[in-house]
Design a protein around this ligand. Structure first.
Ligand code: FAD
Ligand code: GLY
Length: 383
């Protein structure tokens, strides 16, 4: 750790880590770093887990969100396998449940083209099963007659992001993580060719390892280093309705709408997808659109009570892949950003990879496809 005099408040005999961003990715990384022996500080410009990570639907959709085999599918499956033990460990530590629901996702087809596309996944997707119109209605009797069949994805479960947020915060506090809310990282500090921490309003904070987990805001911090990280906000709006009794057991997922039956009896319906900058306002048109789409899948949803609407900013990336790894131009900095539509699913896997990179270990997966420098044509470390 650099021997600066300005602020030695985060000095200890343990190696120090700073995580920029207290969303699910930053919290998952911090958790692993603390368990690995780092003295860890999480900085957030607002409050912990108040951006995309609690706007999410909470689907662990490794299968439903993947369209081809390859590194992204491997990453998703890896994190999906870690999920249940991860939430159990958090619950054991804190007594707070993430409201894990072990029911699968039914990816329904409404037209011939969609059906053909979905059926083509059967050749490479393990554990997926095609259900005919008859079989699908036996599984989900309230489905609209227009549904012509679908893929049953038994492994794609879901959690409640707001519940998981409580568990993560409590776990970090219990394990001794320093949490600094309302403390933006203004810029990354460099010392002798390495990233040595961050500048905050309260002064510099130094660390051996700095983790960039700033979601849709990540490029603001990499740009001064000469790296234009192609991460940008993609707004998603959801609604929550409360039917008198649950209308579906599996999550129903169509081309532009999903209905997740939550443990509390509400149906979470998502989501719009718009590139409108850092605008999180909700609008009635989106509410109406989502409501109509949900009723087209489950006609009885018409009688459900409206609960609320909200929006969040997915950290989008042009190729749909996250940025996980290091960049040769900035040793000491670990990237964990751009998780787009799947940051909830990818949290435990990313946390583990960050820890492995911080310790200089071989990452559990080949990270070439996720290299931070890939868009700039620079080689990122694949580990
Ligand atoms: P965020 O949660 O946005 O956290 C980033 C944090 O960094 C913020 O708290 C921010 O304040 C902080 N920050 C930024 N800049 C700074 C700075 N300079 N200094 C300090 N702090 C800073 N994913 C799934 O897996 N399953 C789903 O079902 C799902 N559904 C979704 C539905 C919707 C409507 C939306 C919007 C997203 C959904 N997602 C889903 C995607 C998922 O929410 C995101 O991929 C994930 O939350 C990204 O986590 P993050 O920690 O990178 O970002
Ligand atoms: N993964 C669901 C969404 O981003 O809307």
């Amino acid at each position: 750790m650099p021997n600066h005099d300005q602020d030695r408040s985060n000095v200890s005999d343990r190696p120090a880590a700073i995580v920029i961003g207290g969303g699910i990715i930053g919290c998952a990384a911090a958790l692993e770093l603390i368990k690995a022996g780092f003295a860890c500080t999480v900085l957030d410009q607002g409050a912990l887990m108040q951006e995309a990570s609690t706007a999410a639907a909470g689907m662990l959709g490794a299968q439903v969100e993947t369209h081809e085999p390859g590194p992204f599918y491997k990453l998703c499956r890896h994190s999906q396998e870690l999920y249940r033990p991860w939430t159990e460990e958090l619950e054991e530590l804190t007594g707070i449940t993430a409201e894990y629901v072990a029911e699968g996702i039914l990816r329904v087809a409404l037209d011939e083209e969609d059906e053909a596309q979905l059926r083509s996944r059967l050749s490479w997707m393990r554990g997926a099963q095609w259900l005919s119109a008859e079989q699908i209605r036996a599984a989900e009797p309230m489905l609209a007659p227009e549904v012509r069949g679908g893929l049953m994805l038994e492994r794609d479960h879901h959690i409640m992001p707001t519940a998981l947020a409580g568990a993560l915060r409590a776990a970090l506090v219990k394990l001794g993580c320093r949490i600094r809310e309302w403390t933006p990282a203004y810029r990354l500090l460099q010392h002798q060719g390495r990233i040595a921490g961050v500048q905050t309003a309260e002064g510099p904070l130094y660390a051996d390892v700095t983790v960039l987990a700033a979601g849709a805001w990540a490029p603001v911090l990499t740009e001064p280093l000469g790296l234009k990280l192609p991460v940008f906000p993609v707004k998603g709006q959801c609604i929550s309705l409360r039917p008198e009794a649950p209308l579906n057991r599996s999550t129903l997922f169509a081309k532009s709408c999903y209905i997740v039956p939550k443990r509390d009896g509400t149906a979470l319906i998502g989501a719009t997808q718009l590139e409108v900058g850092f605008d999180k306002r909700t609008d009635a048109e989106a509410v109406a659109k989502l409501y109509r789409k949900a009723c087209a899948l489950l006609p009885a949803m018409r009688d459900a009570a409206f609960v609320r609407t909200w929006a969040g900013l997915r950290p989008g990336s042009r190729d749909g892949l996250p940025f996980i790894g290091t960049w040769p131009e900035a040793p000491g900095l670990i990237f964990a950003a751009g998780h787009y539509r799947n940051g909830i699913l990818l949290a435990p896997g990313t946390g583990l990879l960050v820890k492995q990179l911080a310790l200089g270990e071989q990452p559990a997966l080949d990270l070439t496809a996720f290299a931070p420098g890939r868009a700039a044509g620079a080689a990122g470390v694949s580990g």
